[in-house]
Design a protein around this ligand. Structure first.
Ligand code: ATR
Length: 404
């Protein structure tokens, strides 16, 4: 196999015109967002603590169309390469890494420059950093970035909150980089303080709920309906043409069509995946916030419980043995006689109704926080900017129609 082409050298710290925006933190999300911004015609300086990721970003920038990405290996050269007022986007691990990166960059920033943290940060950390930055005259945004790797590269949903001037400095860039819909770009200024991070946290909680609902719909189709993987793929594909149309339903349909490459007989990969999952934390924060604010969020809470239980694989296997001994063999549900067509339609309706309930729970939580903090959040705008990343067309249209 040919060895990969050598990395182009880090560009000199000049560019004509100099970039208005820089991005620090070139792991998966950062690298893809930087390339997206460059592709939209905005030159961008990039920096990472470990230089190898600067090199790999430059290789991609070259290979994906000679994109205007300028690499820097030191924080000073990185910051000083930017036109004033400077905007530095951070995409490093939430928590202490954000503080460490801010500490490395701020000596070179000047009053009027801005920091934009694009990670899944706890909203109170952002509120603390807004104050710390303000003491030096620096503007600050906490910006939720949704859509994963693919979204970051081709069009994420962006949820910036904090200092509105920092947003206005780069509004044109964000509007081009975000996902595009017939209702506009999937970005809006969410609100002050940690509002952007809070909204992104609830967005993730809603996504946990969506995934749990889809998993339960699958379980009923499989166990009660006895549908095969290819039948289930067709069902989700069909659902994706109607009111359930969404990214998660679309990829669920695809999952059932993938064969296990290690299985010579062509068995489905989905049946080989261990039914055990973990989580990163935003779902847990969502449920904690719901409890704090006395807002019912049963779907999101149940999805968290589902994940905790899925993690107890050994205990579940042991419990199945006990149930079997007590006369409740596995596969009991499979013995129920059902009309597949009727079942599929009922599950579709149940999934739709549950989704509406789940989104209402998330929106209620955001509304409660908005009242508590005086954020004055616009829920209809949030539904609009989630259109591509999360729920698909149906929910946005419905929520806006309901005047949320
Ligand atoms: P992703 O989920 O996108 O893959 P992540 O794990 O959230 O990424 O964050 C990884 C990024 O945080 C990397 O850019 C990493 O820098 P290195 O490549 O040098 O490891 C950065 N990061 C983590 N801890 C950091 C710290 N203490 N200071 C600066 N950057 C840090």
């Amino acid at each position: 196999m040919a060895s990969p082409a050598p990395a182009p050298p880090a560009a000199a710290a000049t560019h004509s015109p100099p970039p208005r925006i820089g991005l620090a933190g070139l792991a998966t999300m950062g690298q893809n967002l930087a390339l997206n911004i460059a592709e939209k015609g905005f030159p961008i300086s990039v920096y990472n603590r470990t230089a190898a990721k600067v090199d790999s970003t430059l290789v991609r920038a070259r290979d994906e169309g000679a994109l205007p990405v300028l690499g820097h290996r030191d924080p000073r050269g990185f910051v000083l390469s930017l036109a004033r007022p400077r905007t530095v986007v951070l995409l490093v691990q939430a928590g202490p890494a954000v503080d460490a990166t801010i500490d490395a960059l701020t000596p070179y920033l000047e009053p009027g420059d801005a920091i934009v943290d694009g990670g899944n940060e706890w909203y109170q950390n952002t509120e603390r950093r807004i104050e710390e930055a303000a003491a030096r005259g620096i503007l600050y945004l906490g910006m939720g970035v949704s859509g994963g790797e693919e979204g970051a590269r081709n069009g994420p949903s962006l949820m910036p909150g904090g200092h509105v001037d920092a947003y206005n400095n780069i509004r044109d860039i964000l509007e081009k980089a975000a996902a595009q819909t017939e209702d506009g770009a999937c970005v809006t200024f969410v609100g002050p303080g940690g509002a952007g991070n809070f909204v992104k946290m609830v967005h993730n909680g809603i996504e946990y709920g969506d995934m749990q609902l889809i998993a339960e719909a699958y379980d009923v189709l499989r166990r009660v309906g006895g549908l095969s993987n290819s039948e289930i793929a067709d069902v989700f594909d069909e659902w994706n043409k109607g009111e359930l149309e969404s990214f998660l339903v679309e990829i669920t349909a695809d999952i059932f069509t993938v064969a296990d490459p290690l299985d010579g007989s062509g068995g489905a990969l989905v049946d080989k995946i261990l039914d055990k999952t973990g989580m990163k934390g935003t779902g847990k924060w969502t449920v904690q916030q719901a409890a704090e604010l006395a807002v019912a969020a049963p779907t999101i809470a149940a999805s968290l419980d589902g994940r905790y239980l899925s993690g107890l694989k050994d205990e579940r296997v042991a419990a199945a043995g006990v149930l079997e001994e007590e006369g409740m063999p596995a596969g009991l549900l499979e013995k129920i006689n059902v009309d597949k067509k009727v079942l599929v339609d009922r599950v579709r309706q149940a999934l739709y109704a549950s989704k509406i309930c789940s989104y209402a729970q998330g929106m209620n939580l955001i509304r409660a926080k908005s009242v508590e903090k005086g954020w004055n959040l616009n829920l209809a705008e949030l539904a609009r900017i989630w259109k591509e990343s999360l729920q698909g067309r149906w929910c946005s249209d419905r929520m806006r129609g309901d005047g949320l």
